[in-house]
Design a protein. Structure first.
Length: 340
């Protein structure tokens, strides 16, 4: 792996910033007595084509070399082939990697996990705020980067923004599915969690995974890959509900998507322009209309297979529907061309 002078400079910024100052997760906590999901309706499975991509052997892209414009390009060969991705900005490369991100005005908030472990029980998470308006030749100068303190945030792949309440939230359940979790509110000023709602996901053993997004109406969404039963193993079960400091509530949608994008759910996103949800996996993404989750048809479900084995971590859309992709090796945010 090659590191440029730019990467070294950013590493220095991170090393001597507040990342080294660990938070004890002192926050206001609400212990929710009622399960987040209180009823389980009958679910109809949409038989989309079997496009599920197996777990890749991860590959590397080009690293930024001395601000020379060494950019990455990713083409799509399956599904919506009008889609492609090109480097928009290289991100901080030291002390872990970004697991999720959101755009709020001119700021990109990216949540990092330092150890990339499965348990993620230590204080290994932190949030970096990038000022997108200060981007220079695909690089963020040091005065465009604010690094927050570390805290126990789980795996960090669910940082999301509610445009109605203007709040940042993430789910803290570590990596993988769990019946219990907490939803945590993040201060956009201090870049650390201030409020926590601890909850049990369901009363029947259904589990929650580390996926979260909000639509333009402020409704929260999460999804899991089914473990079997009435919904076939590997299918996407989708939940819609609300998250606030007063509680977490979800309803299981009546449509499930039979074939997932890939082996591991890496993120969840929403495009306010076309009102569609995006289920992100490595090198493969599935999308579906948020307004038809109780009555999806096969033709509603779209997908892309990208010509890459790089690790995908999340998608971001601004108010006008412009899309971005967060990828690793190197850590960067890429501009999406086309739509699906």
């Amino acid at each position: 792996m090659k590191f440029s002078k730019w990467a070294t400079a950013l590493a220095t910024v991170a090393l001597f910033s507040s990342v080294g100052a660990t938070s004890v997760n002192a926050m206001s906590t609400y212990n929710q007595k009622q399960a987040a999901v209180t009823s389980i309706p009958q679910v109809r499975v949409v038989q989309n084509p079997n496009i599920t991509r197996s777990l890749p052997t991860y590959s590397f892209g080009k690293y930024q070399l001395n601000n020379a414009g060494n950019l990455n390009h990713i083409k799509v060969s399956g599904g919506a082939t009008n889609v492609s991705f090109t480097t928009h900005a290289f991100l901080m490369t030291s002390q872990g990697s970004p697991q999720s991100g959101v755009l709020v005005g001119k700021y990109l908030y990216a949540m990092y996990n330092q150890n990339r472990s499965e348990s993620d029980n230590d204080a290994n998470d932190y949030i970096v705020r990038y000022d997108m308006s200060k981007l220079q030749n695909h690089v963020f100068p040091t005065d465009a980067i604010k690094v927050g303190p570390t805290f126990r945030g789980g795996h960090g792949q669910s940082l999301s923004y509610n445009p109605k309440t203007k709040q940042l939230w993430y789910l803290n359940i570590a990596r993988g599915s769990a019946t219990s979790a907490s939803a945590e509110l993040v201060s956009q000023k201090t870049l650390k969690p201030t409020n926590r709602v601890q909850f049990k996901f369901s009363t029947n053993g259904s589990s929650i995974d580390n996926n979260l997004t909000f639509d333009k109406y402020g409704r929260a969404y999460t999804y899991v890959k089914s473990g079997g039963g009435s919904v076939p193993q590997g299918a996407y079960k989708i939940y819609r509900g609300t998250i606030s400091t007063k509680g977490v509530h979800f309803t299981l949608m009546r449509s499930a998507i039979r074939h997932a994008a890939g082996a591991i759910p890496q993120g969840f996103s929403y495009n306010p322009k076309n009102n569609r949800l995006y289920f992100i996996s490595d090198g493969s993404i599935v999308s579906a209309p948020a307004g038809k989750l109780n009555n999806l048809s096969k033709s509603d479900v779209k997908y892309i297979h990208a010509d890459t084995n790089r690790e995908f971590e999340g998608m971001i859309f601004n108010k006008s529907g412009k899309g971005y992709l967060i990828t690793l090796r190197p850590d960067e945010i890429m501009t999406m061309k086309g739509s699906f």
